[in-house]
Write a protein that binds this ligand. Structure first.
Ligand code: UTP
Length: 301
């Protein structure tokens, strides 16, 4: 049993990154030298997926272009003997992996975006990766860890992470019944609760394995907060019919949908980068030497 299709909702407006996201997708923003969406696709492939389904909007052509072959660029790099760069360009989409693009006609929320994937997914279980949640730093990529759980239980699995209690209002928060180390059955889910109303501090992050039943339930989901069709509401309905598991993955998550999380990802992954890591480390050391909190003269709004 293996997940073959991965859905990438990339049609959001990305307002927190305007004006950078005015004419191109947030998911095309690079962390060091690769766009966010490329990390996500690599993670899906590492979990065994073969068909990538992108839910896009009219401003997101850059995503389609990124995963297209660019024969002219490849020929130029080859002619110049730039072997390493040529490999990096060809590796964007390995052989045997196909891409499908579906337009979300209106930005009616994550649940609505996922429902747009029905024609490509059909009646199979499938993965969803939100590329702006970049997960790194573990032996096995997050979706491959989830795939292992799915293989054992054959049911929906959501990635969860403990967050500071004061941040529960930013996430879907689950109420769980533990069934093993890092694994629980979800009993309840609440979208963005205040800390005093949160059933736990286990937050759902941007990785899901879902059964196709979710499409029927999304059809019936009424628009919620902000007029958007919330995936959380459909997952709550799914829990009434099928087991839904919460899996505490190993790895570090960077919320690249926010400026602060995006900068953290660039700094931490820059420090680990094989080409520039050492130079960047000594640059940061020099830059921060002698800094103290009371002497902040560096604001640029
Ligand atoms: P976000 O909640 O981060 O919204 O979406 P956003 O529009 O991307 O960004 P901000 O908040 O305005 O800055 C979570 C995920 O759902 C996708 C986004 O692309 C992102 O991957 N999404 C959201 C859609 O594909 N369609 C939608 O209608 C809404």
């Amino acid at each position: 049993m293996r997940i073959r299709k991965a859905v990438f909702p990339v049609a959001g407006l990305g307002t927190r990154f305007l004006p950078a996201t005015k004419a191109s997708a947030k998911e095309i923003l690079p962390v060091v030298d690769k766009p966010l969406i490329q990390y996500a696709v690599k993670e899906a492939i590492a979990a065994g997926a073969e068909e990538m389904v992108f839910i896009t909007s009219h401003t997101k052509n850059s995503i389609m272009d990124h995963f297209d072959r660019d024969y002219e660029l490849e020929a130029t790099l080859e002619a110049k003997g730039k072997e390493e760069l040529l490999k990096a360009v060809k590796d964007v989409l390995p052989p045997g992996i196909s891409c499908v693009y579906i337009r979300q006609p209106e930005q009616m929320g994550l649940g609505h975006a996922i429902n747009c994937a029905l024609p490509a997914v059909g009646d199979q279980d499938f993965a969803v990766i939100l590329a702006d949640d970049l997960i790194a730093g573990s032996f096995q990529p997050c979706m491959a860890q989830m795939q292992r759980v799915y293989q054992e239980y054959g049911t929906s699995v959501l990635a969860v992470q403990r967050v500071p209690w004061e941040e529960t209002y930013k996430y879907g928060i689950v109420e769980v019944e533990p069934i093993g180390p890092g694994l629980s059955e979800i009993r309840g889910i609440v979208e963005k609760p205040d800390p005093d109303k949160a059933p736990s501090n286990l937050a759902v992050v941007g990785r899901y394995i879902l059964t196709p039943r979710i499409f029927r339930l999304l059809d019936k989901t009424q628009p919620g907060a902000g007029g958007e069709i919330q995936l959380t509401d459909a997952i709550e309905a799914l829990m009434g019919e099928q087991t839904v598991l919460a899996y505490e993955f190993e790895g570090t998550r960077y919320d690249c949908g926010s400026k602060f999380g995006y900068l953290k990802a660039n700094v931490e992954m820059g420090l680990q980068h094989h080409e520039i890591g050492d130079e960047f480390r000594s640059y940061l050391k020099n830059l921060t030497a002698g800094w103290d909190d009371d002497n902040d003269t560096s604001r640029t709004d």
